[in-house]
Design a protein around this ligand. Structure first.
Ligand code: PLP
Length: 381
């Protein structure tokens, strides 16, 4: 069920989408961090058309060459040994939770089932991923959820230390909390996570679905922070618009899982893997460097706006993942005003205007978006 913005989008090109009446919108949201190469990317379109003419789907009863190619690329980028493919972010989180439990079960520690998650977290809407999602409004109507989940404040390293004992299977975290309001984890909290994992052997699950795969200018933001996850959940940008999710895991975790423990009909089919290969090519051949430059330009522009508009009380994020905090009333007006001026952004955690432009955005388009935000902020404050 969705509260939809009342426009009907029928096509896109680069950083713009067009509605049914032909109006262009500069897309600073990319379908919530998904259209990573912008819209109607010619290389992606050609690859998908060719794949559609060749072979789309085999199921996971058989091998096909593309899963291995994507898997090798992701394992090389992450340092994690193995990949499992699924279709969405929430499924990737589900798989991570199952594999973490399976790891301890295989090792004979069958009571080691607890999960530690963070306040402000968002990991998805299925029962497992919802169980580690913090927002009470998302959870309460569906309770009871999974037993044994404890939430810790991401600003309280000591609370994390207390919560993680030898009965905890895994800690799950977003290196930058996305839906929760674009909150990067602090170095102190990162140190506490690393110490708790080293002290107890607890597995670390990094949810890189929103902040990973190039959005911050690095393949994975957990590595930027110095975290060493045992499992990683991926989605969104990986398929550049084609649904695909992936779980990356260490060899130790993979060794604990047996065929039949988990599976999916569509996961990692040829169409999705072909899209991922196009995306990974673009990301590795100049894409990451471009995000770092573009992200710095966007951040400079946002900081300049904040000096002129005191309604902006904080700017957070990295690369092309940025949040502007203001009151809920002003944030609501800014999002509506941006739409009226043909800029797509959204509001998350009530009071944060979220920017997730395409990773291919040009300098001129960044400046255009900043100019629109300038106009909108002057009207909204
Ligand atoms: C950090 C994070 N985890 C999980 C999810 C769920 O992904 P999906 O909507 O693809 O199921 C999201 C989606 O916004 C997310 O941002």
């Amino acid at each position: 069920m969705y509260n939809r913005v009342p426009i009907v989008l029928t096509r896109g090109e680069g950083s713009y989408v067009y509605d049914i009446a032909g109006h262009a919108y500069l897309d600073f949201l990319t379908g919530i961090g998904v259209a990573s190469l912008g819209h109607a990317h010619p290389g992606l379109a050609a690859a998908l058309a060719e794949q559609a003419r060749t072979l789309l789907h085999t199921s996971n009863l058989y091998f096909h060459p593309l899963q291995g190619q994507v898997g090798r690329r992701l394992t090389a980028l992450s340092g994690l040994a193995r990949a499992f493919f699924c279709n969405s972010g929430t499924e990737a989180v589900e798989g991570c939770l199952k594999f973490a439990r399976r790891y301890w079960h295989t090792r004979g520690e069958t009571a080691r089932t607890r999960i530690v998650a963070l306040e402000r977290s968002f990991h998805g809407r299925t029962f497992g991923s919802l169980s580690v999602t913090w927002t009470p409004g998302y959870r309460t109507p569906f309770e009871p959820l999974l037993d044994g989940v404890a939430f810790v404040s991401p600003t309280d390293p000591e609370a994390l230390d207390t919560a993680v004992g030898s009965d905890v299977a895994a800690i799950i975290l977003e290196p930058i909390q996305g839906e929760g309001g674009i909150w990067p984890l602090s170095p102190e909290f990162v140190d506490a996570v690393t110490a708790a994992c080293e002290r107890t052997g607890t597995l670390l699950i990094a949810d890189e679905i929103q902040c990973g795969l190039g959005r911050t200018g690095a393949p994975f933001h957990s590595a930027t922070l110095g975290l060493r996850p045992d499992l990683m959940a991926l989605g969104k940008a990986l398929g550049a618009g084609v649904p695909i999710g992936a779980i990356l895991m260490s060899q130790e975790v993979a060794d604990a899982i047996s065929p039949g423990d988990h599976g999916t009909t569509f996961g990692g089919n040829l169409l999705a893997c072909r899209a991922a290969l196009v995306y990974l090519d673009a990301m590795e051949h100049g894409g990451l460097a471009r995000v770092r430059v573009a992200g710095a330009r966007l951040a400079d522009g946002l900081r300049a706006l904040a000096t002129r508009y005191p309604v902006i009380t904080d700017i957070r994020g990295a690369g092309l993942m940025r949040g502007l905090e203001m009151t809920e009333a002003v944030a609501t007006r800014v999002v509506a005003g941006a739409l009226a001026h043909n800029l797509l952004v959204n509001r998350t955690a009530g009071r944060v205007v979220r920017l997730l432009p395409p990773l291919t955005i040009s300098d001129g388009e960044i400046d255009e978006g900043l100019q629109i935000l300038d106009t909108v902020l002057s009207e909204a404050q």
